[in-house]
Structure formats: C-alpha cells, structure tokens
Design a protein around this ligand. Sequence first.
Ligand code: IPD
Ligand code: CA
Ligand code: CA
Length: 261
Amino acid sequence: MQSPPVAVAVAAAQEAGAYLRENAANAAIVVTKGRGDFVTGLDLAVNDLVQERIGTAFPDHHFLSEELAARPLSEEPTWIVDPIDGTLNVANRFPMFTVSIALVERKRPVVGVVYDPLLDDLFVAEAGKGATWNGESITVRRDVAWHDALLGFDLGHNEPASSESMALAAALRPQVAGLRITGSAALALCYVAAGRLSGFFHHRLEPWDMAAALLIVQEAGGEYVAMNGSPVTSPQVGSVIAGNAAIVTKIREVERARRKT
Ligand code: IPD
Ligand code: CA
Ligand code: CA
C-alpha cells in the first residue's frame, strides 16, 4: 500500500506524463534564459498541474519548483518539483525527459518520484522503504568492473561547470566502457538506481534536478557525494557523483588526479 504522499506524487507524475505524451510534439519556447536554456509552454502547464494536485492534497505543505520564484528551503514539509527535466530535449523533439517530484521534510527527501512518460518508466522511493522501477524493487549494480562501467553525465547550462564535466569525461573515457548523456539528470540518476548505468556525475545541478532521484539512488543501495567528497545532505545547488561505493570512489579519484595536472 502506498502512503498518501507517494500515491499523490505518483498520480500527479503520471497525469503530467500523459499530458506530455500528448503534447510534446508541439513544445513552444516561451522564455529563453540562455543558450540552450529554455522554458516551454509545457514546463509551465505541467508545473500548474502538479502544483494544483499537490496543493489540493496537502494545502499546508510548501511548494518549490524550477518554474516558480526561488525560495529558500525551510524545515517545513516541502515539495520540490521539476515539471520537465530535459527541456532542451523536449524543445528538439529528442525523446528523453522526465517529471520529477520529491517531498522533503527537515530538508531531507522522504519521497521521490521520477516518471519517463515515453517509456512509461516510473521510479519511486520512500525513505527507509526501498526503491522501485515499475513496481519492482531495484538496486544499483555491484557486479561491474571499472573497465566495464557505463557512466552517465551531463553538461548543464553553466559554462565553468560544463567545461569541468567535459574534462572529467575526457579523463574517464580511456578507463571505462562508455559514457552517456541522457539530457535529464533525474533520469540518468534513476538509471544508476536501476542498474542501467553504473554511475553518474555532474558539476552543477539544481535542487529540483536531484531531490527525487538522489533518494531513489539511496534507497536502491547507492551512494552519492559532491565532487570534493563532502556529503550531499539536502537538495541544493551543487555537484554530485552517484553509483555504488566503489564507482563513486573511482570517479572521485579521477577527478582529483585531473585537477592536480
Ligand atoms: C537540466 C537537466 C540536464 C542537466 C542540466 C539541467 P532542465 O534540467 O537535468 O541533464 O545537465 O544542468 O538544467 O533544465 O531540463 O530542467
Ligand atoms: Ca532540471
Ligand atoms: Ca526543468
């Protein structure tokens, strides 16, 4: 039996996903924030839909979203939502994007739901209760050798952070099996949780990119730290490395060595 917050988040993500399936082919850019950094009408429509569903179910909870004015994260129960993670993909009809919904209490994620509407892939986690992919329990891969690892990463819209990620990808490339960019950091992190990727790194994510997906990684038995090795205790702007403990350590070692040269 799903707890009320999980049930509400799953229903909102699936309803938003159905809307995106119907309308993704007609995404129109309404705001350009920077090169490759857009807001489409779909981002705003999904934001409104999810906010309405969550606000109706939990009128006392706070609501943070990429599409609303920034507010500091308080100790109060707060939903952190990315209506579309992968807007650059949507704007280009590139078929990879997700709806990401997290509930955070005392600044720690307690519910995480990430939904890929095109593959109908639903990732769900509740603190202390494990993670699922379409209802089946998932765990991060533990059996993969470093040279067989398939790692995800992404570049984002911040130039210095992007350059760091490109340089780390170049340093990793000769050591591992391959590297992938999905265009949705939340999706790539869920792929780590589900064993589709062995690890993931990013030099600058926003709270809504990671709030739901990091709980899903954690509940799937994975680990995550910032690039400098410090713990990521609450969703905030910053870097992240995720995977099983050995993969996280290896990526950190390569990052440290790269920075020394
Ligand atoms: C982006 C995606 C992408 C990451 C960017 C994010 P958006 O989110 O998560 O994978 O590299 O940094 O901004 O803008 O599509 O919601
Ligand atoms: Ca995002
Ligand atoms: Ca977004």
